[in-house]
Design a binder for this molecule. Structure first.
Ligand code: SAH
Length: 398
């Protein structure tokens, strides 16, 4: 057996170091005397020489070590990786057996499933693996083979977006990894709504499964008056509201022309004819709507991630404030505001503080009636608060 490479964390960092957090940053570590290769297995040691955990080293990333194991007796090998996949899939099966089966489901949720940097979404007969850590590359074949054996998917796609690739020192990839591509867009049903989308060219893994339950909750609170769905992507919130016969009309806004084209197809598939789609930047467009005097009874704000590092928190909160301020100004009295954040750095407390500031500024009371998160297939690692990225607050605005 090889002698494992040991790496020590800096004694100055000892106090604020959470040894069970899967990310170990560069500044928390003592620079190794001999360079360690990218992808090498390392054992993290306390300054006093105590064993903490086992992970993978990446000299190109600010997350210098990703920890995957806290049991010294185990090895970071293929059988460990497969055991993680078994646990991940079992969790979804357990929930779906007791509740409802979903053809579209997140099977692996990165840190939340002990596999920091790996997301696997199932869309019917196809799987999409999204890799956000170089460490995961060593297990790609193991993962694809395991899913192939267990689920016999028609095709497995691999996605590594260029921004992540840059942060992690790897090549961006967007390819069919195993099997075959679907001949055209694939069609799925979510909560009774038909959805079509293109697996090959969609955003992230193709569709945002994390908001599945929240779309239904939001629809439950939507009034019968006009609704505004901001950052609508394929129309998830708008379609869910139409399904329960809610709003008289819906205005859906997104900056992506391609997403809007598909959203229009989805509206037609479900025979919903009261949705108007507009391509615009949400920040400017909402301010124009305020100036025009238009009002809505329900507004959904589901903007993209605004803070990917601690340094961006201030500007992210200002952006959320700007968007939520416009939304409150567009709401009729007693309207419903569904406001979301998918930035892991922004906490629930930050969101509440931002809403309190909007409330003071507009002199309108804001009551949060539901504080929701991501759906059942997106577990959170309690040692990694950043993995609780999705916040979805349903509020009544006086
Ligand atoms: N609400 C959607 C998911 C939204 S994801 C659902 O239920 O599935 C975020 C969306 O915001 C993406 O579709 C993206 O194209 C869009 N977007 C990003 N920046 C934007 C901007 N400045 N203005 C409007 N839309 C934007």
């Amino acid at each position: 057996m090889n002698v494992p490479t040991q790496i020590f964390f800096d004694s100055k960092r000892a106090r604020d170091f959470n040894g069970f957090h899967p990310w170990v940053r560069d500044h928390a570590l003592v620079e190794p005397a001999v360079p360690i290769a990218s992808g090498e297995v390392v054992e993290l040691m306390s300054p006093g020489g105590g064993w903490i955990g086992r992970g993978i080293y990446n000299p190109s990333s600010r997350i210098r070590v990703r920890l995957y194991q806290w049991n010294r007796a185990q090895e970071l090998d293929t059988s460990w990786c497969e055991a993680q996949l078994v646990r991940a899939v079992h969790l979804r099966e357990r929930w779906m057996q007791r509740h409802q089966n979903h053809a579209a489901v997140r099977l692996v949720n990165s840190e939340g499933d002990g596999l920091s940097g790996l997301i696997v979404d199932r869309f019917g007969d196809y799987l999409v693996m999204q890799v956000t850590a170089q460490a995961i590359l060593r297990w790609l074949d193991t993962i694809a083979d395991w899913f192939h054996r267990q689920l016999s998917p028609r095709g497995i796609f691999l996605r590594i977006d260029s921004k992540t690739a840059q942060h992690e020192g790897m090549e961006p990839r967007d390819e069919l990894y195993r099997g075959q591509s679907p001949a055209g867009p694939i069609e799925l049903t979510e909560n009774g709504v038909k959805l079509q989308f293109d697996l090959v060219s969609g955003q992230k893994t193709g569709y945002y499964l994390d908001q599945r339950a929240n779309r239904v909750r939001a629809a439950t609170w939507a009034g019968s008056g006009p609704m505004l769905d901001v950052c609508s992507y394929l129309g998830g919130f708008a379609l869910a509201a139409c399904k329960v016969g809610g709003p008289s009309s819906i205005l859906a806004v997104d900056s992506s022309a391609r997403a809007l084209e598909q959203a229009k197809v989805n509206a037609a598939l479900n025979e919903f004819s009261n949705i108007e789609f507009v391509q615009a930047d949400c920040f400017d467009y909402l301010e124009e709507l305020v100036a025009s005097g238009r009002k809505f009874q329900t507004i959904v704000l589901d903007p993209p991630r605004m803070a990917s590092s601690r340094g961006q928190l201030g500007s992210a909160l200002r952006a959320y404030h700007r968007l939520n301020l416009s939304a409150v100004n567009l709401l009729e009295p007693e309207g419903t505001l569904v406001t979301c954040s998918c930035s892991g750095r922004v906490t629930r407390g930050d969101m509440l503080g931002m809403l309190a500031s909007v409330s003071k500024r507009t002199r309108r009371s804001i009551q949060m009636v539901e504080g929701l998160g991501a759906d059942f297939d997106h577990p959170i690692d309690v040692n990694c608060p950043e993995s609780e990225y999705l916040k979805c607050f349903i509020c009544r605005v006086a």
